[in-house]
Design a protein. Structure first.
Length: 112
C-alpha cells in the first residue's frame, strides 16, 4: 500500500488546467474577434466603393446609404465632392472588439 506524502503531485494537472483555461479562452476570443473585425472591414470597404459609384452615377444619396447599411448593419456614411471626384467615407463599430472601423473610396463624378 502506498502512502501519500508531502511531495505528492496528485491533482496538480487539474489545477494547472484550471489556471490555463481562461488564458486559452481569452486568446481564442480575441482571435475570433479579430477575424470578425477584418471581415467587417472588407465588407465596409466594398460598400463604400459601391456607394461612391452610385452617387457618382447620379443616384440618390439615400440609395447609397441604404447600400452601406445593408452590407454592414449599423454603419453610416458621408459623401464629399471635390473637383471631379465623389468620395464616400463609411464607418461602423467592430462587432466584438471596442474600436471603430472606417473605409473610404472615391469614384469619378459622372452624374453632373
Amino acid at each position: 500500500m502506498r502512502r501519500r506524502g508531502l511531495g505528492d503531485d496528485r491533482g496538480s494537472v487539474v489545477a494547472e488546467f484550471a489556471v490555463a483555461l481562461p488564458a486559452v479562452a481569452l486568446v481564442l476570443l480575441l482571435g475570433a474577434g479579430s477575424l470578425g473585425a477584418c471581415a467587417r472591414q472588407v465588407r465596409l470597404q466594398d460598400a463604400a466603393a459601391d456607394a461612391a459609384r452610385l452617387i457618382a452615377r447620379g443616384e440618390p444619396e439615400a440609395r447609397a446609404w441604404a447600400t452601406i447599411a445593408a452590407a454592414v448593419p449599423g454603419a453610416s456614411g458621408s459623401a464629399d465632392r471635390s473637383s471631379d471626384l465623389v468620395c464616400v467615407t463609411a464607418s461602423a463599430a467592430a462587432a466584438v472588439l471596442p474600436f471603430s472601423l472606417t473605409a473610404s473610396s472615391c469614384a469619378l463624378d459622372g452624374g453632373w
